[in-house]
Structure formats: structure tokens, C-alpha cells
Design a protein around this ligand. Sequence first.
Ligand SMILES: Cc1cc2nc3c(=O)[nH]c(=O)nc-3n(C[C@H](O)[C@H](O)[C@H](O)COP(=O)(O)OP(=O)(O)OC[C@H]3O[C@@H](n4cnc5c(N)ncnc54)[C@H](O)[C@@H]3O)c2cc1C
Length: 412
Amino acid sequence: MHNFDVTIIGAGAAGLFCAGVAGQLGLKVLLVDHSEKVAEKIRISGGGRCNFTNRDTTPANFISDNPRFCRSALSRYSPRDFIALLEKHGVTFHEKHKGQLFCDRSAEDIIQVLLAESEAGHVTRWQPCSVKNIRFSASRPHGSCASSYEIDSDRGTIHCASVVVATGGLSIPKIGATDFGYRVAKQFDLPLITPRPALVPLTFDEAAWAPYAQLSGLSLPVKIEVGSKKDKIAFLEDLLFTHRGLSGPGVLQISSYWQSGTPIRLNLAPDTDVADLLSRAKATSRKLIANELAALVPSRLADTWVAQGAALGHNWARPINEATDKSLAVLAERLSNWALSPTGTEGYRKAEVTAGGVDTRALSSQTMESKQPGLYFIGEVVDVTGWLGGYNFQWAWASAFACAKGLAAKAL
Ligand SMILES: Cc1cc2nc3c(=O)[nH]c(=O)nc-3n(C[C@H](O)[C@H](O)[C@H](O)COP(=O)(O)OP(=O)(O)OC[C@H]3O[C@@H](n4cnc5c(N)ncnc54)[C@H](O)[C@@H]3O)c2cc1C
């Protein structure tokens, strides 16, 4: 018989951190994962250097059906707290872009910190270990531990007062992502916000994309937006053309907000009033339009752009002084307000995160305990999704910390 105060299922960022904090608060913790290695996503994150937090984290950097939910946890465990933990362990890091903090050396440094913290909390870790069933058995005490839950695992039945589900989302199934957390939520009648791939490249109809496929590999800073009026959201970030569509930080950000069947809008020269620039060039220059555009955007893109003119009834393959005002206005509009309709995304295979998940209305924002007593959800399995830039790990740390504190307050 295996008795623990708490069983945490999933030894990723949230589960591993929660285990260490709960253990150090005096709880007898079991951490279980079906993978052989801990925290594979930390290992592959940030190009191997893990963008472990963002200095400028605020609740506005998160998407949820219930946007206020994340406030409490984020305020009680901030980027500064995680930075202090890394400094305690001598991990060095640097800021790359817009508050994003990366390890100087390797993502492995973060994993070693979390393992050391869980060792300090005397956490028992079973890996690889599969969990089959979870049963609520509140009325049945087992040994010294007044168990509320029985968990069937391939190392035997576990008895524990509380269960923490930290099994993440569906992205990157080849490194162990499963729908386990959503199934547990359903088993205990907890509502779900339909999961969907987020921070993911967008794809387009093959024929419609043919003129742009040749731009694959080209990257440039853009303004990208979706929605209208008060729902409008925009990012100023890089865009990357791919064979099948668009990627790069700007597109990943907007993908989390994009809804199927709606357009995205791109300004390919966000720092310039393109209409004004072209009309002034018309008065003073005899250069080809493509050459004028090449001062604003990469020349491959400028060439592709003028080549589209014929299909739109305009001749843009000519000197700028020969073009009509109307034709230049159409060109400027198309460059600075390009509306295009993705047909889909690259899906969970390429998505950095899963948006949606366990509906936060069924969880305590203070402790992450669900309406099912003793059952907690933390990290990405919850309907709280961060922007690109270290926010998702910050949510993993903050929700894990809130949960560990809640578990300890209840048990001790
Ligand atoms: C390629 C990539 C790069 C990323 N880079 C960044 C970044 O730089 N910064 C950032 O903030 N975020 C980044 N993310 C997102 C970030 O990795 C996740 O949001 C974060 O790992 C979520 O933590 P988690 O603990 O909730 O889930 P995970 O880290 O996914 O951990 C879930 C754990 O549960 C285990 N598990 C799943 N199902 C079961 C089951 N049935 N039984 C037992 N165990 C199970 C898994 O093996 C895994 O160990 C990246 C994601 C990807 C895919």
C-alpha cells in the first residue's frame, strides 16, 4: 500500500515545481509521469535555452474564458520570485527581447533547479509510471493517511488525500502530451473550454498561397492583427513566410486569438505611410515600383508584390512615375492592410501550447482546487494560455505555487 498526502500527475514544469514546494512545506508527495524523463518541454523550449519567464508579466498577457482568474496566482508568485530561485542555484540568464528571460547556458539548468528543489522536499518520483484510474473514496481511511483518493498505477494502488493534475495540454504528442487531464475533469463532471492549438503557424489554401510559397524563409517585422473595434488585438513582431503559410513570433501570437473563418490583417511596412511615400516617389523618381518598394521591404517581397498587379488589373511592373495615382493607392493599401484568410493551423504537432482546457470557473483562483474536493489542476491543462515570450512557464510556476500553498494550508 502506498500512502501519500498528495499525488501529482505530470512531472512537467508545473508538476515538478509544485512537488518541490509542497514537499518543502511538509507534505508527503508522490510525483508520477508516464515518460522516462522529466519536463521534456522545458528541455526543448526557447531553442534549448528555455524562455523561463517574462519580466513584464501581467494578467493582460494571458487568454482565458475567465480573464481575471489568473490574477491572484500571478500576483502571489511573480517573475521576481522565480528569478530569485534561479539566483539561489547560481543559474545565469539574460534578457533577449521584450522582457523575455533565457538561460545563458541551457534549459537543463532549469530542470536541475526543479529536481534539486523536489529533492529538498523529499518528493518520491515514479517514472515511467502509468496511471489508469482515479477513484474518490472520501469515507475510507487507509492506514495513517485518511485517503480521499485511490489511484491505480502500474506500480500499484496509491492512496492519497489530494490529487494534482499537471499533465499539460495536447501540443507535441510525440513527447508525451495526452488528454489525460481533460478526461479526469470529465470524470468528475468539471466543465472544459474546448481545447485548440495556440501559438501555432497558420496555413492557407494551396492554390491561393502559390504566389507566396516562393517567399518561404523570408522574415520581416510587421504589424499583425485580428478582430474589430473593441475585440481588436495587434502585435508588432516578426513574420516568417513558409511553404504552407505564415509563422514567426507575430503569427504565433495572433494564432491564439484567430478564429476559424475570420481574416487576419497585416501591415508589411508598419513604420511607414506607404501611400504617402509612393506618391512622393512618383513626383521625383523614375525607378521601377519594385525598386521603390525594396526600400521598405525585402526585395523578394517587393518583386512578388508588383507581380500580383496583373491579376488585380494594375500594371505595377513599370517605373513609378508612369503609374496612376489610383493604382499606387491600391498597391499601398495592399501592402499596409493586407487581409488574408487562413484555412487552418499546423495543429498540435507544431503548436507551442493548447488554449482552452479545464474551465477556471470550476477552480479556486487561490488554490487551484476544483469543485471536486481534493482534486487540483495546474499549468497548461487549465484554461489559461500565455502569449509567446515566457508567460506560459510563468503561469506554470505561479499556478503550481498557489496549489502547493493551498495543499499545505489544508493538510497541516
Ligand atoms: C517547442 C515548445 C517550446 C516552448 N517554449 C516555451 C518557452 O520558451 N517559454 C514558455 O513560457 N513556454 C514555452 N512553451 C510552452 C511550455 O512548455 C508549456 O506551457 C509548459 O511546459 C506547460 O507546463 P505543464 O507542466 O502544464 O505541462 P508540461 O510541461 O507539458 O508537462 C506535462 C507532463 O505531464 C506528463 N503527462 C502527460 N500525460 C500523462 C499521463 N497520462 N500520465 C502521466 N503523465 C502524463 C507529460 O509527460 C509531461 O511530463 C513551449 C512549448 C513547446 C512545445
